[in-house]
Ligand binder design. Structure first.
Ligand SMILES: NC(=O)c1ccc[n+]([C@@H]2O[C@H](COP(=O)([O-])OP(=O)(O)OC[C@H]3O[C@@H](n4cnc5c(N)ncnc54)[C@H](OP(=O)(O)O)[C@@H]3O)[C@@H](O)[C@H]2O)c1
Length: 275
């Protein structure tokens, strides 16, 4: 009888449970939905209890999967203790480190406390969760971790300096773990989402829609799930890939950073008289 190589399904590779942080809305809610569509049970974590409950209810109703919700501020010191009761008994095969705070404004117009909170939510929380669940996945020699990064990880990006710094951290951590944990059967992806229509994107009140092509969450999340296990990192959207490739090879570092600073000012500002 001929031996037929069977492709391992997404559920076999990354199931039976996925933990999605920031699953109450935006990209996180779409990650939760598309994972449920692929047959995974979902743990949804975020701070908004009502939104989490209604998302979980929709997923159970539409896809017949199981859910758990965890109401948790990922800026807290003791996030593992708060997650443990809901996740300890579950076989988490996929972690989506999605929760993130993005405020576009001049660096010095933020409170320092807000910036530190943003650092904790965007970077520290993902580190802790990747360590905790990555160890369990490596023991089982199976699993996946997605870190939400952004194309702002690639160059200094004015008016979201701390955000860009946290996204650079996520990208480099993800790419490094892609190699290291990859040897233990764990797929890791640094996913640079481009501008995507979400409540978080809208909250920054972008002014010029002509400067960038804003993508929809469904397309962006599908690109991330499809890239997992195939490469260490990816920028969502062909146009974004081309744009950042051009910035990287055609311009000096200073030129690229100035170009991005001017675009940010035009799109979200004006923040200064001379731009
Ligand atoms: N949209 C874009 O254009 C874009 C581009 C590049 C990268 N990204 C990245 O993609 C991810 C999702 O972005 P998005 O646009 O979907 O953002 P969003 O619409 O603002 O949603 C953010 C999610 O994170 C959760 N969250 C925020 N603070 C939290 C905290 N302290 N503890 C726990 N959860 C918290 C929010 O839930 P609660 O309010 O319920 O806590 C929400 O579910 C972020 O990491 C972002 O940096 C987005």
């Amino acid at each position: 009888m001929p031996i037929v190589a069977m492709e391992t399904s997404f559920l076999e590779k990354y199931g039976p449970w996925v933990l999605v942080t920031g699953a109450s809305r935006g990209l996180g809610a779409e990650f939760a939905r598309q994972c449920a569509e692929r047959g995974l049970n979902v743990v949804l974590a975020a701070t908004n209890a009502d939104l989490l409950e209604s998302r979980a209810h929709e997923l159970e109703r539409d896809y017949g999967i199981e859910t758990r919700t965890v109401v948790l501020d990922l800026g807290r010191e003791d996030i593992l203790q708060h997650l443990a009761p809901a996740t300890e008994s579950l076989d988490i095969g996929l972690l989506v480190n999605n929760a993130g705070i993005s405020n576009v404004r001049p660096f010095l117009h933020n409170d320092l406390d807000q910036l530190v909170h943003q650092l904790h939510v965007n970077a520290r929380a993902g580190l802790i969760l990747a360590y905790h669940f990555g160890e369990k996945m490596a023991d089982k020699e199976r699993g996946g971790i997605i870190f939400l990064s952004s194309a702002s990880a690639l160059h200094g990006t004015a008016y979201c300096a701390n955000y860009a710094g946290t996204k650079a951290y996520n990208l480099i951590l993800a790419e490094s773990l892609w190699y290291e944990l990859g040897k233990h059967g764990v797929d890791v992806l640094g996913f640079m989402a481009g501008p995507t229509k979400t409540p978080g994107w809208d909250a920054n009140e972008p002014r010029s829609r002509r400067l960038v092509k804003v993508m929809d969450a469904k397309t962006v999340v599908a690109a991330a799930l499809d890239a997992l296990g195939k490469r260490p990192s990816i920028i969502a959207g062909k146009g974004n890939r081309l744009g950042y490739f051009t910035l990287g090879v055609m311009m000096s570092r200073a030129g690229a950073i100035r170009t991005l600073g001017r675009s940010m000012n035009r799109m979200f500002g004006p923040f200064s008289k001379s731009n």
